[in-house]
Design a binder for this molecule. Sequence first.
Ligand SMILES: Cc1cc2nc3c(=O)[nH]c(=O)nc-3n(C[C@H](O)[C@H](O)[C@H](O)COP(=O)(O)OP(=O)(O)OC[C@H]3O[C@@H](n4cnc5c(N)ncnc54)[C@H](O)[C@@H]3O)c2cc1C
Length: 348
Amino acid sequence: MSLEEYKGVFIFAQQVDNELSSIALELLGKAKDLAKDLDEKKVTAVLLGDKVGNLVDTLAEYGADRVIVVDDPELKDYRTEPYTHALASVINEYKPEILLVGATAIGRDLGPRVSSRVHTGLTADCTQLDIGDFPLNVVEGQEQKHQQLLMTRPAFGGNTIATIACPDFRPQMATVRPGVMQKIAPVKGAKAEVVEYNPGFEENACYTKILEIVKAVSEVEDIQEAKILVSGGRGVGSPENFAILEDLAKVLHGTVSCSRAVVDSGWKPKDLQVGQTGKTVRPKVYFAIGISGAIQHVAGMEESDLIIAINKDENAPIFDVADYGVVGDLNKIVPALTKKLEAALAEK
Ligand SMILES: Cc1cc2nc3c(=O)[nH]c(=O)nc-3n(C[C@H](O)[C@H](O)[C@H](O)COP(=O)(O)OP(=O)(O)OC[C@H]3O[C@@H](n4cnc5c(N)ncnc54)[C@H](O)[C@@H]3O)c2cc1C
């Protein structure tokens, strides 16, 4: 493998039912930063699907300079084999230096398969991506390579943060969890160069047949879209007591979310869990109520604009990341806060 042949930052632009997933736009935002650090002029989105050409302009508005489109009926609904074949073929043909994939259900299936097929490495579930030297510090007798993709992710159950590189193979591949990277403000009317490429599809024994698609109907709100999150932990005490958080959320037009301890106790569904094994959120205001602030929880909410913690233990680690902290019993503080806010908002 001649590493010099591999150039440019690519992202996999996931779409489902002809709708771009938010992660595609988030990856474009990050890809732009990485391209700048590499002095690369172009960010390329790879769009796979059936009759998906209408999505190109949105990708351009969010930062794609070029879109490689593989449009084929075989790619209508996600299936491992044709998607792997398409993306691996694009890599072999266009040789990206970096390829970012969303750590969604689709990306987690597709990314590792593609990396294996093109014989490179992949770092899963990254929370930070930078361009820099590897090894990070000079090691005697070992060449330090420059302008490498430094992929950072929690390791060993979140007890440490590891920075991983892929200095000897290309592309450097990473999956990134939704909600971690930020989209750029869209540039209305921006256009991208469109390259149509189709490697051809030959059905083989690995091709699955989709007989029926049954969609799960989510009964809970999407906490990643919420501007205000009122999040409760084990300290709330019981599922019934979440009513006081619901009341606060209602006054603020916010949404209730929770820690893993709450999900593990069966008090709330997994879709509402914030953290390393839950969702990464970035609301304008995040209330952490009766949440201790374990590293795995903080990993999912520390980028919130304003964090307000309520906890009876003044030494709780959540206060280390909070902008405002209230020490005391949530059973007294939360209803009192709701009442005050209700009165203040009624006056307006
Ligand atoms: C691999 C791995 C992945 C994980 N992923 C996640 C994840 O995605 N999200 C996540 O949240 N956790 C995750 N965890 C679990 C995490 O380590 C913690 O166990 C969990 O976050 C604790 O939840 P909690 O803060 O609600 O409960 P606790 O740690 O029990 O904290 C309860 C808090 O409530 C306070 N409190 C109690 N009563 C009151 C009261 N009346 N008034 C005010 N405060 C009160 C207490 O002082 C305490 O600080 C993960 C763990 C591992 C090992």
